[in-house]
Design a protein around this ligand. Structure first.
Ligand code: AMP
Length: 280
């Protein structure tokens, strides 16, 4: 695995690969890697010739300084994991490389409202921050395929809008969520959970599954109340639990049978904010 820290060096290297007709797959991450991230890398390795992974803890997408400071960082282990699965290139830019001379553009991305519901409502500016980083990374890497986890369902919608807006030809490829044995979605933030919190956090997936499997003939409002009551009893503080159209994340008041839906949740387990979703 080659580790590259400078954008021009990476561009140079990738241009040479493209001249040889190589197809490039890209997996952007913020590090503290786990098997969920690695499943994206493995998918890219199967479908492309060169897989580039980036690790950059993007300050622009954190709306709380404490959250940024407490975000797990395990760079040495990350490098080991990525080289073990034979990642081709690790791009490790610093802040100056990502946002030269602090030149974070004044640009506001028009995300057609998909950035203001759910996560966008509770984390104002978060998706604009994601777009600044992903836009810059796409400019540098110019991948053919971009691998994103369905764990961050709304982020995929946002990045699809971004890709359209900037006219990038990249193909966005969603990859299913990797979970722990008990159902908890793998997340870098899980490293901050105690053993007891981690056990309790699996209730999030259980309640999503409860709604999915028992919804026939029931109203979403009723099931949501029951799910929140059970989560609260497990010591989990639900920020939102909502239902939306899977295609465009338009909020739904109740189940509709005509088209795919998605349940989407954010909740605190102790001080750690977790998100998850489940397609219906
Ligand atoms: P992050 O480092 O959290 O920004 O995540 C980098 C990429 O990995 C994003 O596309 C995430 O959606 C994806 N990802 C995170 N957790 C999982 C998971 N449990 N399963 C699959 N993909 C994931």
């Amino acid at each position: 695995m080659i580790i590259i820290k400078q954008a021009p060096s990476l561009k140079n290297y990738l241009n040479k690969q493209r001249e040889k007709g190589k197809i490039c797959g890209f997996v952007p991450t913020m590090g503290a890697l786990h098997p969920g991230h690695l499943s994206l890398v493995n998918r890219s390795k199967k479908e492309t010739d060169i897989t580039i992974v980036s690790i950059f803890l993007n300050p622009l997408q954190f709306n709380s300084q404490t959250d940024l400071e407490q975000y797990p960082q395990t760079i040495e282990k990350d490098i080991l994991l990525l080289s073990e699965i034979e990642t081709d290139v690790l791009f490790l830019p610093d802040r100056q490389e990502m946002y030269p001379d602090n030149s974070i553009s004044e640009k506001v991305y028009d995300l057609a409202g998909v950035d203001t519901t759910f996560e966008g409502r509770f984390r104002p500016g978060h998706f604009q921050g994601v777009c600044h980083a992903v836009n810059r990374l796409l400019d540098i890497v110019e991948p053919d395929k971009l691998y994103l986890g369905q764990k961050d369902y709304q982020q995929i919608m946002v990045i699809k809008k971004l890709v359209k807006q900037i006219g990038s030809p990249v193909e966005v490829i969603p990859v299913s969520t990797k979970r722990e044995a008990g159902g908890l979605a793998m997340s870098s933030r899980n490293l901050r959970l105690s053993a007891d919190e981690k056990r309790r956090a699996s209730e999030i997936y259980k309640q999503l599954m409860y709604i999915k499997t028992n919804r026939s003939g029931r109203s979403f409002g009723d099931m949501k109340d029951k799910a929140i009551a059970r989560l609260t009893a497990a010591g989990i503080d639900v920020e939102y639990l909502e239902l939306a159209q899977a295609e465009d994340l338009k909020p739904l008041a109740d189940f509709i049978e005509e088209s795919p839906m998605v349940l989407i949740i954010a909740a605190y387990v102790g001080e750690v904010r977790l998100i998850d979703n489940l397609l219906l």
